[in-house]
Design a protein around this ligand. Sequence first.
Ligand code: ADE
Length: 467
Amino acid sequence: MNFDILTLFPEMVENGLNTSIIGRAKEQGSISIKAHNIRDYTEDKHKKVDDYPYGGGAGMLMQAQPIYDCFLAVKEKIEKEGKKAPRVIYVTPQGKTFTQSMAEEFAKEDNLVFLCGHYEGVDERVLEEMVTDYVSIGDYVLTGGELPAMVMIDAISRLVDGVLNNEESAQTESFHNCLLEYPQYSRPEEWRGKRVPDVLLSGNHKKIESWRMEQSIQRTKERRPDLYEKYEELKQCEQYLLHNKLHHMDMIEALRRGNAQLLYSGNDGVLMKEKISGIYMLTATDKENGERILSYVHKEEKPTLFVSHQEFMNDRICEEFDLHTENECLQWVYTRKEPLPIPKGMDIRRLDSIYSSTIREQYKICDAAYIEERLESGSMYGVFENDILAGFVGMHKEGSIGMLEIFESYRNKGYAKALEAFCINSQLKQGFTPFGQVIEGNEISMKLQKSLNLYPAKGKVYWLTKN
Ligand code: ADE
């Protein structure tokens, strides 16, 4: 991730983001942060960058020309690297309030440009010309945009791959699934007469886990009633989905992994957008309710992928969003907690982009760009025989196991079973429920799911797509 910051105070930003985890990430090359001095781009011979506002009023405004030329220089550099046009964030108290889910969304970009304002504001015309997102860090006014930009860059950076080490990223996070973190204690066992809660010294992990959960809930209720309301909504939604657990496994997992944006949740159905894949998922008790729930898709959104959980909704969804039914699938779920055995000597490795063309040739169900992205994000694995790739499997963006293929001459050697077991075990390790979706009629795959002790849902799900 590359951050470019357009500012009148470059040293403030660069010095402020040079230490601790962010400093380390810069040194390791996981992120780059470059501050650009807007003043270097002014055409004014006195190096002036501000002027009085037309129509009068207090203070000075930052002028359009130096900001725009500074932006063009950055944009040109990014384009030269073959990257797409960057999102440009103007930090302003007039923007949308920055949240963890916004940080997650921004963390998917390769480049982000921040414009930091000063004085009384910025000439509106340059904002219209270059800004894609207006973002605030809260309802208070600071003297400039540098601190807010630094806050956002810190929050975004820690979500970029490789920035946090395992220990740091494994920490339970505040806001994950709308709960604040539980209280923590370190040595000594007693300090100023206060003892560490007994349960934490008990060594009973089950008890510790449920104590922490209770504390999180209590703390959220007291300190953040607004967040607690959302937590309750998520819980109710989960309860609804659990009535038909296997059939709703994709939605339940999106919820549990903190990846569901709930658009509607009630006792007549659920509509969500899975945040990583952008897939819309709908389940409803009947057609009438389903059609009403569908109106909760935001007007400005144009879904290109829908997973409908009841056939009676397909025509309506396709009509509304100009989609067609591509696949009918059954969800298969691994409901146990125990990892599966993988035969000794199986050579399974994470695959990188070197294998992109081989995989694309073998696997036509997903398009090339998707496979490329899955490889780059480290979500595909291969099984090797004598150092030669014999087959592959992948984790889909929304969390299901799929893209399984064994090359013809390597079939019936247990490779498919080993690859899928490998994915199941790695999902279990992350605390997830492993699941996959099998296209209607794929008998070989269904046999494989059975042999690995996965259970099929009773109803089908329908993939509705653009092309
Ligand atoms: N600039 C000044 N105050 C700000 C705020 N609260 N958020 C973002 N940018 C700002």
